[in-house]
Design a protein around this ligand. Structure first.
Ligand code: 5GP
Ligand code: ZN
Length: 114
């Protein structure tokens, strides 16, 4: 999608601090981190949010979680704990309409979330 900031990051038209990349997925540091570790893991293909995930996307969604696990391990927070968040639509706080998993960690996470 031409006006999507995360598509632009995937196309290298907008810079980002990239942590991981393969043919189908990208992970990069959030520009406004909410925790010592705050990465975003996205499919390169534009999917607006979880409501647009189809059967054909099941593989990529699992792949994104595997990437999140690997980053958590690499950053040394896997055993301590971390949180994966996907916001969907306005009341959840979704601001970028390209599917992304937030990987948050490096501090204590509270529950219930705000
Ligand atoms: P949402 O609110 O949609 O769940 O999360 C969007 C996230 O994307 C926010 O945490 C925000 O800080 C991050 N973000 C928005 N624009 C950019 C950008 O241009 N670069 C990076 N690295 N992160 C961004
Ligand atoms: Zn996009």
């Amino acid at each position: 999608m031409s006006d999507c900031i995360f598509c632009k990051i995937a196309d290298k038209k907008v810079p980002a601090r990239i942590i991981y990349e393969d043919e189908d997925a990208l992970a990069f540091e959030d520009i406004n981190p909410q925790a010592p570790v705050h990465a975003l893991i996205i499919p390169k293909r534009h999917i607006a949010n979880t409501l647009d995930i189809t059967e054909d996307d099941n593989h990529i969604v699992g792949h994104l979680i595997q990437i999140a696990n690997r980053i958590a391990s690499d950053k040394g927070i896997a055993e301590r704990g971390f949180r994966l968040v996907i916001n969907c639509n306005p009341e959840a706080g979704q601001t970028v309409y390209h599917l992304h998993i937030h990987l948050l960690g490096g501090r204590i996470m509270h529950w219930p979330p705000g």
